[in-house]
Design a protein around this ligand. Sequence first.
Ligand code: 4NP
Length: 155
Amino acid sequence: MKTKVLMVCLGNICRSPLAEGILKSKVGSKMVFVDSAGTAGYHVGNPPDQRSIAIAQKYGLDISTQKCRRFSEVDFQEFDYIYAMDRSNFSNIIKLANSKEDEKKVKLLLDEVDLGINEVPDPYYGGTDGFEKVYEMVDLACDAIAKKLELNGRG
Ligand code: 4NP
């Protein structure tokens, strides 16, 4: 059985597509399935934001074929770990949980690392430097997740 990891932000076009692409690049696809979703439905069916595609490309990752989808309560059955980019995403996910077991699957992504902050800032309304910062923090968190999965023999 694969371990299934879901990355979640608000729009599923900026932060979580990067998190999906970055974690995929660090784990074996035979052992780990990685996906992403948004708590809002504004951009469903769209590819990631051009600025996320560009920053990923800068680091050698192609996320351009991803398609935005909305988080749904079915995801609690499908996934083992659900990572929220910020507290607002976290509480919107928790609102859809049907059990304590569902709730236990949800974590803030940056709780996996010690960066002094625990939210990935929303870069949507800012400049490209915001996307660079997002990339760097998500990359560190995904290193920690990949290491943890590896230690559990699931990387
Ligand atoms: P994301 O960024 O949650 O990292 O994908 C956003 C994308 C779109 C919007 C807000 C945040 N929006 O308001 O459309």
